[in-house]
Write a protein that binds this ligand. Sequence first.
Ligand SMILES: [Zn+2]
Length: 272
Amino acid sequence: MNGLVQQVKQHMAKLRTGHLAVCLVLLAACTTNSVTGRSQFLMISDSEASALGLAAFNEVKKSQPVVTVGSRAEEVQQIGRRIAAVSDNPGLDWEFVVIDEPVLNAWALPGGKIAIYSKMVDALSHEELAAVIGHEVAHAVLRHGAERVSRAQLAQIGIGVTAIAVGASTDGETGALVAGLAAIAATGFVELPHSRFVELEADDIGTLYMARAGYNPRAAVSLWETMASLKEGQGGPPQFLSTHPSDGRRIDRIRKKMPIYLAEFAKTQSAP
Ligand SMILES: [Zn+2]
């Protein structure tokens, strides 16, 4: 009888410890983004996010035709450097590459690793390309990748707490957490199925950055018009569009905020 009471007590203690761990993590993980003022749930530090981003970027370099020289790559690097310099985090270890594939897509990894596919570079004007790069720079500055990793990590901790409650081995759960993170780093970032909210936030800040760098922000509207016409021509949504909010909605939103962007752009035009 005493043995059973002891077992129940131990079980309850494990349960409490698990919940306490989650509560502490949640308290520690909510930070206010200095750019947007929005509260973000982040369970990894900036340096951990950058390390994950770099590891994923190195994986991509091994398996995909990454181009760092030639006219396409030079154009992307030139625009990228100019926009990153006026962003809210110019000190990130920025890197801009082209992936030589017939794909209409672009993505950003934590820590400032950005890739644009060659078909997209060819399809867009110089200023429209600046709008895409501004959007991707904003994803990196706003820590959207780290946010995604944190949500996945929280889900894993939820599983961990349940496992502790039923008396499962914690070693196995730690292994699952590491494997889950590795999977996100390897594939999840590349596909970037961001939420609509995060996409619109990247549009807002990205268009501001492109204007601040001296690119006409009206190109952010023509970018989505061009993408919509390409989509019609192809008969199906390109990859970049399938994970992004519908063109009409985002064009309307950018147009509405255009006076703010144009004011930012005007400052660069009147400078000596
Ligand atoms: Zn995006």
